[in-house]
Structures are given as C-alpha cells and as structure tokens.
Ligand binder design. Structure first.
Ligand code: 5GP
Ligand code: ZN
Length: 141
C-alpha cells in the first residue's frame, strides 16, 4: 500500500467508496465524479502506477473483471454502450497514479465523443513511416 495514494486508501477502507466488486486482488467502485451514471473504476488492490508496471497475473485479474463488469454496469443503468479506457500515464491524463480502468456508460445522443476525440492533432504519416512503426512495435516485444 502507498500511504499517499487515494485508491490504496479506498482499498484499505480508510476512505469510503461505493464498492461494486471485491476479491483478493481486484476492487471496483463508482467514480466519485462520474461522467455518466454508473461510471465505474476497476483497480488492482496492490499499488502499481501504470498498466506497464502490472505483473501479468494481476493484469489478467483486472482485465477479466473489467470484462465481467461491462455488461453488469450497462444493465444496471440501461446504457446503450460503454467507453472502456485506461488513462495510462500522466501524459495520457492519468491523475491518480494507481492503475485503473474506467467503464463509462454511454447513451444514444449523450453528447459525448468517441475515443478518437482524445487526439490533439492527428499525425500525417506516409506508408514508409507506418511500415517502420509497425515493424518497431513488432520487434520490441
Ligand atoms: P484518471 O484521470 O486518473 O484516469 O481518473 C481518476 C478518476 O478517479 C477520476 O475520474 C476521479 O473522479 C476519480 N476519483 C478521484 N478521487 C476519487 C475518490 O476519492 N473516490 C472515488 N470514488 N473516485 C475518485
Ligand atoms: Zn495505490
């Protein structure tokens, strides 16, 4: 546990939360500042800052639970869909440095945008650059 981490303190019960799921490794609760009714956060109980820092077994636990919770959340608030995302690192807008997946219920004509709306300016990449990037990703395993 990290003493100065708000999500660790929620897991420890020091800060109250509206818990929707808990097991040995995973915790899920309603976002305190919801973007939509049912906005849910899914976290590992252990403190890890980014997805990249998560041990594989914990990553599986978190993603499995995210998968289970998506239809539960949709049913609970009668949503038409969900946006599911991790703000992974401060550059991506992560404000709480304890890895968490967002499940944001979406409704027809809710005025929100697609995940593409996160891009500031879209890059203009030619075929060679795209080939090179794909190659670098494939090789950096
Ligand atoms: P981030 O921007 O780091 O991806 O998202 C952090 C989320 O945590 C925000 O949506 C914010 O509303 C939520 N949050 C921050 N502090 C608390 C808290 O004390 N309790 C709950 N339930 N959610 C919180
Ligand atoms: Zn933490």
């Amino acid at each position: 546990m990290s003493e100065d981490c708000i999500f660790c303190r929620i897991v420890a019960g020091e800060i109250p939360s509206r818990t929707v799921y808990e097991d040995d490794t995973v915790f899920a609760f309603l976002d305190a500042n919801p973007l939509a009714p049912g906005h849910t956060l899914v976290i590992p109980k252990a403190h890890h800052e980014r997805l990249n820092d998560l041990p594989a077994d914990l990553a599986h636990d978190v993603l499995d639970r995210l998968y289970q919770l998506v239809p539960q959340v949709e049913r609970a608030v009668d949503a038409d869909g969900t946006t599911v995302a991790f703000n992974n690192g401060p550059a991506a807008g992560q404000e709480v440095q304890h890895v968490h997946g967002h499940i944001v219920p979406r409704f027809e004509n809710d005025g929100g945008g697609p995940i593409h709306a996160i891009a500031g300016q879209q890059p203009d990449l030619d075929d060679n650059e795209l080939d090179e990037i794909a190659e670098r990703i494939a090789q950096s395993e």
